[in-house]
Design a binder for this molecule. Structure first.
Ligand SMILES: [Zn+2]
Length: 289
């Protein structure tokens, strides 16, 4: 694995001196667009410990033992053999089966390594998706670590296996993480909506309500056109200590607009429930706005 990660894949321009070896297989060539000859890989180069990489129409030889890549001009048996003898003479008695196995093992290791990197990269994404589901279903933030993660781990262990189940452990889903993810997504949505409101006309829908414990709330929704679609989006929720007068509602929304650079002139319509605090001709929210 270490050799796979640390392998230095450099083009080698130093090996241009051709040696004569009439016993080695011949090379197929065509003319390159630039005028030079393009050489192609021959399966028999596996005997000398070489595979190929790069584009099909201009492949370059790659040493299976050390991973060194030579130039297309070096795709001739004599130059490949020269590298092999110079660098890996201790393997001169190995046959083609040895090199095939070496190449196959390297490919397996590469796939395993890629998979591991991808899984750990996906862990934060999975964490965000589950946090969003928790928020959408209005469940407590602790449900992630107490129920969802252990349940998911068991399902994966039974259906796929222990190794896959261990990957589930890498998904951060503690109470604090879920809370932080939800805040993060909420801030992102708020910023997006504000940006849309700054760049297009919109309408507002505002209402006030009193909860069973006597607290007064004002809730605002916004509607705007985005990519030829009408978008309705929650905008804000504010708790009032006393009554929700038209003036209080107006001041709250006005403060929100001012803080976020939103202009009242882009607001082309206001929808309320027709209560006096909203529609009053002197102090109603509609009149003030
Ligand atoms: Zn080599």
């Amino acid at each position: 694995m270490d050799r796979f990660i640390n392998r230095k894949r450099k083009y080698d321009n130093d090996e241009n001196t051709e040696i004569s070896d009439t016993t080695l297989p011949s090379t197929s060539e065509t003319l390159k667009q630039s005028g030079g000859k393009c050489r192609y890989y021959n399966e028999s180069y596996m005997d000398i410990g070489f595979t190929w990489c790069g584009p099909k129409d201009e492949p370059i030889p790659e040493c299976i033992v050390c991973g060194k890549m030579l130039t297309n001009e070096s795709m001739v048996p004599s130059k490949l053999k020269r590298h092999f003898i110079k660098q890996h003479s201790h393997l001169k008695n190995k046959d083609v089966h040895y090199f095939r196995k070496l190449l196959s093992d390297q490919k397996k290791e590469a796939t395993k390594f890629t998979k591991k990197v991808k899984v750990s990269e996906r862990a934060p994404e999975a964490s965000f998706v589950v946090s969003q589901m928790i928020a959408n279903n209005m469940k407590g933030h602790t449900i992630g670590e107490k129920l969802i993660k252990p349940a998911c781990k068991e399902m994966v262990r039974i259906m796929i296996g222990n190794e896959a189940a261990l990957e589930i452990d890498k998904i951060p889903m503690s109470n604090d993480t879920v809370s932080r993810r939800i805040c993060c997504m909420s801030t992102d949505i708020k910023e997006l909506v504000i940006e849309k409101m700054k760049n297009s006309r919109f309408t507002l829908q505002v209402d006030d309500s009193t909860s069973s414990d006597g607290k007064c709330y004002m809730i605002g929704f916004v509607r705007f056109v985005d990519d030829n679609a009408i978008i309705s989006q929650f905008l804000c929720l504010k708790e009032f200590k006393k009554n929700t007068r038209g003036k209080d509602i107006f001041n709250t929304i006005d403060y929100f607009f001012e803080n976020n650079g939103i202009s009242w002139s882009d607001c082309v319509g206001i929808c309320t429930d027709g209560a006096p605090s909203m529609t009053g001709s002197i102090k109603g929210f509609d009149t003030l706005a």
